[in-house]
Design a protein around this ligand. Structure first.
Ligand SMILES: [Zn+2]
Length: 258
């Protein structure tokens, strides 16, 4: 058994700024939304967000907590070197630290990373063909979908270099025989992307399962649709849909704010 890459520097003086508190509330909401749309995998997988005003600190889920239970105060602050900053006895999943520190460390344009193990995502990740342009939901992703070969459980620091090399400047990655990953500038953006990518995978699996011959659009049409789906947008403030989701969560159980 190899030694853990995660260590503790529990700092009782580590203050939570207003900006960090707001980020924690939104991140706890994001965990619950991933569970709401059935993209969670019990306590496995992870979503990270860079702590506002820092380059080397991020928030991650504590090991053993279900996504639909997540509260703002549960989230663990950890740095790129694997030192837990929060004053807590909880720890993080080793693979969570490895994957998220890799992407956040290599990509200053990225503030949020979502990783899932859904059945449809894992099924497509096991297909040699990868993600196919079978439906409108796929068009955003197919042209610049990145792939990373399976190397075993992602608990080795050496894998980080190959993972970020495979991701390159892309914002979506299929981890072969493993799952899905999106990386972007904001939580609401990544949620929207992951929802679409997951739907694209579910549609592909359903279409292939039907056994019918698939109709795929021409490359010109795929490129045109990708251009439409990936028009530059302002990601700095949440879209109306994000607030609608917060309202839904508040009605269900507002404890994510705690
Ligand atoms: Zn995973």
């Amino acid at each position: 058994m190899c030694a853990s890459h995660v260590t503790r520097r529990n700092d009782p003086e580590n203050l939570i700024t207003k900006a960090e508190h707001e980020t924690r509330v939104n991140l706890a909401a994001l965990y619950r939304l991933i569970a709401h749309y059935e993209m969670d995998d019990k306590t496995s997988t992870h979503i990270s967000v860079r702590v506002p005003g820092t380059e080397d600190q991020f928030l991650l889920n504590p090991q053993g907590r279900l996504f639909h239970q997540m509260r703002a105060s549960d989230l663990i602050k950890i740095n790129l070197d694997g030192e837990i900053q929060s004053d807590t006895n909880a720890t993080v999943i080793e693979a969570g630290y490895v994957i998220h520190s890799a992407v956040l460390g290599a990509r200053p344009d990225v503030n949020c990373v979502i990783h899932t193990h859904t059945t449809a995502g894992m099924a497509v990740s096991a297909m040699k063909c990868g993600l196919l342009p079978v439906n409108q939901k796929s068009m955003k992703f197919v042209a610049d979908m990145a792939y990373h070969d399976y190397e075993g459980y992602a608990t080795e620091l050496e894998e980080r270099e190959r993972l970020v090399a495979d991701l390159g400047t892309c914002n979506w990655l299929i981890l072969r025989n493993h799952g899905l990953l999106v990386a972007g500038p904001a939580m609401w953006t990544c949620f929207s992307w992951m929802y679409s990518l997951e739907t694209a995978c579910r549609v592909q699996v359903a279409a292939m399962q039907s056994g019918a011959e698939l109709n795929l659009p021409s490359k010109d049409v795929i490129d045109h649709a990708a251009g439409q789906a990936n028009r530059p947008r302002d990601y700095s403030t949440p879209p109306a849909e994000w607030y609608a989701h917060l309202e839904m969560l508040d009605a269900q159980d507002p404890s994510f704010r705690n």
